[in-house]
Structures are given as C-alpha cells and as structure tokens.
Design a binder for this molecule. Structure first.
Ligand SMILES: [Zn+2]
Length: 140
C-alpha cells in the first residue's frame, strides 16, 4: 500500500467505483486546481473489492449534483486538523439543470435555443430522468 501523507484539511471522496476515479477527477475540474489532489486507483476495499479514492486539500465547494450523477455511491468526508468531521452520502439529485440533454429528436429543446433544460428524477433505480419539455426519459 502506498503511503499518502495524511490529509490535514480537505475533502476525501471515498468508495468511488473502481475505474471511475479519473472521470470524477475530470468532471470536477480537479486538474485545474492548484491545490494538492491525490487520485488513488484500485485501492483494496472490504465492501467493494476495489475502489478509487480522491483526496483534495481544499475548502472548495464541490458540485454534488455532478458527483451524484457520476457515481451515487461515493462517500464524501470533510477533514479538519487530520480528523474527519463530517461524512456525507451522495444520492441522485431530484432535479438537474444543464447536465443532461434530451434524446427525443422531436423535443423543442433540440430545435430551439432554450435555456438549460431541467430534468426531474423519475426512477432512482434505473437512473431515469424526465425532460421538462417533452417528458421523454433519459438514462444517465
Ligand atoms: Zn425533451
């Protein structure tokens, strides 16, 4: 096991599905941060077999909607003075804006310049969202 210096203050994204770590890293724009970021891949996990893990030395607010969409199983831990002070489980957001695109070719959002579309969660198990204009369902 590689020894990564213990985080003093920041955010740990734990229980990322193995192989998804880099995608999460990119989606959150962590490559643009000047803070210390550690991406660990294929870490042994009792619960998951293998998992990815990201440690970020920052107080930056994260976009949890994006995180929840990418990988709702992620656990977010907030660390202060080397101790985890708060843990947060992600879930799929009820409503997302500007992340998904409607796949219905007849939807008005395809032909006109509409504001970023709102999608509402209709089924958390299948990760289906409904378009606000045509109700067409889009999978994540
Ligand atoms: Zn639509």
């Amino acid at each position: 096991m590689i020894n990564v210096s213990k985080l003093k203050k920041g955010i740990v994204l734990d229980h990322i599905t193995a192989g998804h770590g880099f995608k999460v890293f990119q989606q959150l724009g962590l490559d643009k941060l000047s803070d210390v970021v550690v991406l660990m891949r294929n870490v042994d996990s009792g619960r998951m077999g293998k998992k990815d893990l990201i440690k970020i030395e920052t107080d930056l607010p994260l976009d949890f909607d994006v995180l929840g969409l990418l990988d709702p199983g992620i656990t977010v831990s907030y660390v202060e003075n080397g101790v985890c002070v708060r843990k947060q489980r992600l879930s799929l957001p009820e409503r997302v804006t500007g992340i998904l695109q409607c796949k219905n070719p007849r939807c008005i959002s395809q032909s006109e310049n509409v504001e970023p579309i709102h999608f509402t969660l209709v089924d958390a198990k299948t990760k289906e969202y409904a378009c606000e204009y045509c109700d067409a369902r889009t999978h994540l």
